[in-house]
Structures are given as C-alpha cells and as structure tokens.
Design a binder for this molecule. Structure first.
Ligand code: GLN
Length: 343
C-alpha cells in the first residue's frame, strides 16, 4: 500500500483514486450521502403532509390557537451538517422537551446519581401529569421526564434566587440550540394561569421530601422553561448535541460532560414518549422526547439528531406526524442504534 502511495505521487489520477477509496472506508460506519438524507426528509414531508389525525393540545389555552398546519423537519449530523424540509421557520413552545435538558443540567451540577436517588429513572406507565404515579411510591421510582420528576429537577438547579436559576436554565437550553432562545410570553402566561394541577403535584413532591424548598417557585420556573420558543432546526441541533457526546456540532462548544450523555439518553429511551415509550423504542430504537407543543426530538448516537414539529397530538400527547416522519427517516437512514451487521 505504501509503495503504491509513493509511486502514485508520480501519477496524480491514481493518488486521487487512493484518497477517495480511503475516505469512503473511513466513513463506512454511517455512509449516508447528503442526497440520501435530503431525499429521506423530503419523502417523509410529502408522505405525511395530508395526514389529518390528532389535535392540538388544548388544556393550555394558548396551544389550541397554534397553527395545526406547521410541519417542519430538521436533521443535524454529528459533523454539523444541517438538512431541513418543510417549515423550519415557525416556532412552537418546547414544552416537555425542555425536561431533557434541565435533567442534564442537574446531572452536570450534582452528578447522575442525584437524579436516580431523588425521583428515579423508571417508567410510570401513567400519563405525564399523573398524581397516582406520585402516590404509588411517594414520589420515588419515577423519572425526570414526567411532570412530578421534571418540576423536582427544576427545583434542584442551583442559584441564589429565581432570576439566577432561570437565566441559567435559559442559557443552558440556548447552548444546546446554538443560539439565544426566548420565551413565548403568551404561552407562559396561559399555562401559568391554568397550571393548578402542576402546582398540586409540586406540593406533593415537597410533602414527600423530593422538593426541598419553594415548590411553587419551581413550578413557575418549570412553566417558563416549557414556554421557550423553538423551531425544528433549534430542536435538531439540541438533539445532535446529545448525539455528539454533549458537544454542539454547530458551535463546537462542549455543552455538557460526555460521560453524562448515556444516562440522559437512557431516561429518554425509558420515558421520552410518556406511556407510549415502549412502542416508540420498539419501532425505532431511538432515545426521544416529545412535547405537547408538537415537537419531538430523537437521537441516533454518533450519527445525528432529528426533530419534527407538527402540533396535532395523539391520545398519549405525542405529535402524530412527528412520530411517523422520524420513524420513517431513521429507518431509511439506518439510525436505529440496535441495528448491527454480523461480522
Ligand atoms: N408544560 C406542560 C405541562 O406541564 C408540558 C407537558 C408536555 O409537554 N407533555 O403540562
């Protein structure tokens, strides 16, 4: 081989060929070309455009008013290439997808054990705002991706006052998205006026000792965190940062410790699509997280992050089009991390 390379210096065409062959060997682990990726996104966009299933969330009044036709797909590879299809300009509120990143912030500050010890890392089999799930094990044996665990995670973020805690959470989300994010004030106000159930949940988590202090402040910060405004590209970049060991592939910034990423992904795989998480994992193998704003993110570790926004939800609270589009694109692009070729 070396002799061939040396002699090829005298034959430029042979050298070009040798470099090409070596380069294609180097990328053989995930050899999807830009054309293949673009085609997969476009096909999924077209296929599910006309789908009429599902309905916007309406228990938060402002979410009922969001345009149901918004439909955007974005995929960001771990080497920072961005692929989009459809409406990637329109923004929706991040909602429960934020739970992933606040959980990651707590892990960063206190270690992964803090999450496991406090609210647990197991599926509840119940809806995301279940009070029965809190009662079952007095607020333990659940996870940070359902409301009781998520509000508790928000309460665990350090800071001397509300402003300091909030600014840290907002900046943290922005670092994953690769830009400064803002809050949809209408959604925040609407949910803050109607979130009595979440307030009750936080009081229960306080009663059982999982929230140490100020449960209603934690609920309020959590509600603001759920109102962060994002487009499909923001969400895909956030997912790609997780796919890339905690380093944002667009900005090059190491946002979180690589060593904590597997635990974040494990909780997403366990509970990211609420009580339909098992069905989702069975179909795709991808750690993912949905929000009632209509977004879903999914992570193919080492390969890509993908996000779809489409507000109509199914009964479990997951975007209908987003589930179908992500599953289809990932299948075509071999995103399932459980897929292996025999040696
Ligand atoms: N803010 C919403 C709530 O607490 C988030 C729920 C969700 O996206 N599943 O109800």
């Amino acid at each position: 081989m070396l002799g061939f390379l040396r002699s090829s210096f005298r034959r430029p065409a042979a050298l070009v060929l040798a470099v090409f062959v070596l380069a294609s060997f180097a990328s053989v682990s995930w050899a999807q070309t830009p054309d293949q990726i673009n085609a997969a996104l476009k096909a999924a966009l077209e296929k599910y455009k006309g789908l009429k299933e599902g309905a916007n969330a309406d228990y938060i009044p402002a979410l009922a008013k969001v345009d149901s036709a918004i439909y955007g797909i974005a995929l960001v590879t771990t080497d920072g290439k961005v692929y989009t299809a459809g409406d990637v300009k329109s923004e929706v509120s991040i909602q429960s997808i934020s739970k992933v990143f606040t959980m990651a912030l707590v892990m960063e500050e206190q270690g992964v054990e803090a999450i496991e010890k406090n609210m647990g890392v197991d599926a509840t089999g119940q809806v995301f705002n279940s009070i029965v799930a809190v009662e079952q094990y007095k607020g333990a044996e659940m996870n940070p991706l359902v409301n009781p665990g998520a509000i508790t995670a928000t309460s665990m973020v350090s800071g001397k006052d509300r402003a300091e805690i909030w600014n840290k959470i907002l900046a943290w989300h922005g670092a994953f998205a690769g830009r400064t994010l803002t809050v949809n004030q209408e959604v925040f106000k609407s949910e803050a006026e109607t979130n009595q159930r979440n307030q009750a949940i936080s009081m229960l988590m306080y009663a059982y000792g999982h929230i140490k202090d100020n449960p209603l402040q934690a609920t309020d910060i959590y509600t603001e965190q759920c109102s962060i405004s994002v487009n499909a590209k923001d969400l895909a970049t956030m997912a790609a940062t997780l796919a890339n060991g905690g380093k944002n592939p667009a900005t090059g910034k190491q946002v979180m410790k690589s060593e904590n990423v597997p635990e974040v992904l494990a909780v997403m795989a366990t509970a990211g699509l609420y009580d339909d998480s098992g069905k989702w994992l069975y179909a795709t193998g991808l750690p993912a997280k949905s929000g009632v704003g209509g977004g879903i993110i999914a992570v193919s570790p080492g390969k890509f992050g993908i996000a779809v926004i489409s507000p109509p939800l199914d009964k479990a609270g997951n975007s209908v089009r987003a589930q179908k589009a992500i599953a289809e694109i990932s299948t075509v692009l071999h995103g399932n991390p459980y897929e292996a070729r025999p040696k």
